[in-house]
Design a protein around this ligand. Structure first.
Ligand code: NAD
Length: 422
């Protein structure tokens, strides 16, 4: 039996992260003090800073950078620009990063950052000034040996380039390894753009095999058509799946005969949304997740699968591209409906794995081919997927609890090896 806690869709992301942690820990023999340590974030920085706007006015912004754990190495985690960013959410995302890095066994602890802003309302110059000032404010934490940011929602290679340049200007020489997800011309890695979508694709293939379902013509719905969603759609389409629906913040589109993701992406780039794509029907958000499909990939924001959505979902498999997309209350319903869920910390780990490769290449000043990157990524995912499946089977738990158990064990054991300072 899993922990009896009152589950509601109203739990905050950090409450959800703690509940998932507690569920993993209650099945393990761990040192109590180390569990207490892992339950908390190590350090949290809140910054408020001015940005000169194009009209000559000064606006104040708030940003965060949180380190959850530094036990297994420097911290790693994305930077998010969104009007709903808050400290609770950033804490949860930082904790999930610790487990994600540990489950795929890359030598990092977890971090996350964000700025409360709607970047769509800023000009390019304003976005650059905001980014450079935020990077300066958090420069007491970031560095190639201490904390290495990466892109997340509404941040991209250009924003990473500005962060790399700002940090480099401060120290007086170029430090490409301070961020990952940069353009390749300034030390980015081949294959970083597609990496998160690639791990979603990999987990879909493996999970469909496990369920004994054919991949060819499997109907797929993708919620969120940004970096992760559009790459997952493209790769699954190339593997013969039918991408029957995709959505973005404005709504969804549906065509039971399948969509061409590249054409939808071109439409979104032209018009700003997937809506009104000529070869599909528009579908409102409330109906999207209930559309008929075998595979559902949430690739937007956390808490998007709640009780209401879980009840409607017809998929046999959910592969979590987004971080924290499923509430614990919804998880329970999905389990009752015997829907197989590949959890975020495994399914979207491709991003951090290739970020790790980018960091290693930057430090070595030696760059690998895309084929080499894909081979190494596949190796790490093979091992992690098998380990999580094995734990789920042996312990009789969900893939989510199993993945958290594998990760927590690594962080716990590393803590014991290092000892408690002083
Ligand atoms: P992105 O900004 O490129 O894309 C986000 C997409 O979600 C956009 O298309 C947006 O319109 C859409 N969206 C927002 N609200 C929505 C809603 N209510 N319904 C449907 N769509 C909505 O961001 P991304 O980098 O693709 O990140 C998506 C998710 O994946 C986030 O949870 C992020 O934390 C996670 N993630 C990203 C990476 C990465 O490498 N980029 C790695 C791991 C996890």
């Amino acid at each position: 039996m899993e922990a009896q806690v009152k589950l509601s869709d109203g739990m905050s992301p950090y409450e959800v992260a703690l509940l998932q942690f507690d569920r993993a820990v209650e099945r393990m023999q761990l040192r109590k003090g180390v569990v207490k340590m892992m339950r908390q974030c190590k350090r949290e920085l809140t910054v408020t800073f001015p940005v000169l706007m194009d009209d000559g006015e000064v606006e104040m912004f708030t940003g965060y950078r949180v380190h959850h754990s530094t036990v297994r190495g420097p911290t790693k985690g994305g930077i998010r620009y969104h009007p709903d960013v808050n400290l609770d959410e950033i804490r949860a995302l930082a904790m999930w990063m610790t487990w994600k890095c540990a489950v795929v066994n890359v030598p990092y602890g977890g971090a996350k950052g964000g700025v409360v802003v709607d970047p769509k309302k800023l000009s390019r110059r304003e976005l650059e000034r905001l980014t450079r000032r935020y990077a300066t404010e958090i420069s007491i934490l970031i560095g190639p040996d201490s904390d290495i940011p990466a892109p997340d929602v509404n941040t991209d290679p250009q924003i990473m380039a500005w962060i790399m340049d700002t940090y480099s200007m401060h120290v007086g020489y170029s430090v490409p390894a301070v961020v990952t997800g940069k353009p390749e011309l300034i030390g980015g890695s081949a294959g970083r753009g597609s990496a998160t979508g690639r791990s979603v694709h990999y987990c879909t293939v493996r999970a469909m095999e496990h369920l004994g379902l054919p991949l060819r013509r499997a109907r797929v719905l993708i919620q969120g058509f940004g970096n992760v969603g559009s790459w997952a759609a493209t790769l699954l389409h190339e593997s013969g799946c039918l991408i029957v629906g995709v959505s973005d913040s404005r709504g969804g589109i549906y065509n039971p005969n399948g969509l061409d993701p590249k054409a939808v992406l071109a439409h979104k780039q032209r018009t700003g949304s997937v809506l009104d794509y000529p070869e599909a029907d528009n579908v409102p958000h409330e109906e999207f997740m209930g559309l008929p499909c075998e595979v559902l990939v949430p690739a937007a924001l956390e808490m998007s699968i709640r009780t209401q959505e879980a009840q409607k979902i017809q998929a046999r498999l959910i592969v979590e591209g987004a971080n924290g997309p499923t509430t614990p209350a919804a998880d329970e319903i999905l389990a009752q409906k015997e829907i197989f869920v590949v959890p975020d910390i495994l399914a979207n780990s491709g991003g951090v794995v290739v970020s790790y490769f980018e960091w290693v290449q930057d430090i070595q000043r030696l760059f690998w081919t895309e084929t080499e990157i894909e081979r190494r990524l596949q190796g790490l995912l093979d091992r992690a997927f098998a380990e999580v499946m094995d734990t789920a089977r042996k312990e009789g738990v969900s893939m989510r609890t199993a993945a958290t158990m594998v990760a927590v064990k690594r962080v716990h054991d590393a803590t014991l090896l290092r000892g408690i300072y002083p």
